[in-house]
Design a protein around this ligand. Structure first.
Ligand code: NAD
Length: 299
């Protein structure tokens, strides 16, 4: 039974208890990255930390890159506590020469580079296009899009010299569809999808597969700063009706990084609880009592 809102309409969301859906059986797919070196940007938090930990659990030595040295060090600590190997490198991914220095330092210290998860990103300021400060436009494009260009320019020569690799660029559902009041972020993330396709075209025959990952709403500090009413609105457009946990995204990252995805090239893989399938606006059962709830056997 849906909750009644103050104005008498039925909430589009089921009662809170129902939102905690089972995630299905524990993950049974295992990967073996023994002997591989994996680089992750934005590895001090959220999905970057989750994929760093997952790659390390699967045997990789992990280069943890972040602008925040404290949170990056915490990721390394978590990996080491679990018996894995990781090294922190401080970098602002929006700075092309700093990115090149950091990637070169990774290869110098860890010996090679097999997989890169170019994941660092930030939404930037919310606001209507006419009110957007051009400085926010430039920084949002730099952090989310140019950063990935800089990372790939620095990473690919090392991968070519060791015979190949896999690159996973984090875009977003906002790289496939629009979002309100977020023009710089949406433009940047659409750019990540295009950049990924163009780069994949150049390097797949030389042994480097490049793909984009498009997550929906994921429970990370990125999203937990939103007021609860925003999260509820976000979930009303998310068919699965819950936020993802970061480790649900890293399952796709590990798959893309592994040979299990050996024929996947230039794809934009959605892991988004259905956000991009569209049609959330056709759900009218909270507005019109005549619309039969398909899950209610008595109606
Ligand atoms: P998060 O805020 O938890 O972590 C982002 C990390 O990136 C932080 O450790 C931060 O210090 C680092 N970072 C930010 N700017 C940087 C810079 N200039 N240089 C180096 N490091 C920098 O975020 P998250 O939710 O894990 O998001 C990771 C990626 O996923 C981002 O690209 C984001 O746009 C994307 N994304 C997030 C969601 C979501 O709902 N959380 C959905 C779709 C896509």
């Amino acid at each position: 039974m849906a909750t009644l809102l103050e104005d008498g309409r039925r909430s589009q969301l089921p009662p809170e208890a129902d939102l905690v859906q089972p995630r299905g059986p524990n993950v049974t797919v295992t990967y073996d990255f023994t002997g591989k070196v994996v680089l992750v940007t934005g590895a001090g938090s959220g999905m970057g930390r989750a994929s760093s930990v997952a790659f390390a659990d699967a045997g990789a030595r992990v280069a943890v890159l972040d602008i925040n040295s404290e949170s990056g060090a915490e990721t390394v600590k978590q990996i080491e506590a679990a018996g894995g190997e990781a090294v922190f490198f401080e970098v602002d991914v929006a700075d092309d020469s700093a990115v090149r220095r950091a990637v070169d330092a990774v290869v110098e210290q860890l010996g090679r580079l097999d997989v890169a998860h170019n994941n660092a990103g930030a939404e930037g300021q919310h606001g209507f296009l006419l009110e957007q400060d051009p400085a926010n436009w430039r920084r949002t494009l730099d952090v989310n899009l140019s950063s990935i260009f800089y990372c790939m320019q620095a990473e690919i020569p090392h991968m070519l010299s060791s015979g190949g690799g896999s690159i996973i660029n984090t875009a977003s559902a906002a790289g496939l569809i629009g979002a309100y009041g977020l023009t710089p972020y949406v433009a940047a993330k659409h750019g990540v999808v295009g950049l990924t396709k163009a780069a994949a075209n150049e390097f797949s025959e030389r042994g480097i597969r490049i793909n984009a990952l498009c997550p929906g709403p994921v429970e990370t500090p990125f999203i937990s700063s939103f007021p609860p009413s925003w999260t509820e609105r976000l979930l009303s457009g998310t068919p699965i009706r819950r936020l993802a946990q970061p480790d649900e995204i890293s399952q796709a990252v590990l798959w893309l990084g592994s040979d299990a995805s050996s024929y996947v090239v230039g794809a934009a893989i959605s892991v988004d609880g259905g956000v991009t399938i569209g049609g959330a606006e056709t759900r009218v059962d909270d507005l019109d009592e005549r619309v039969r709830d398909p899950h209610d056997a008595s109606s």
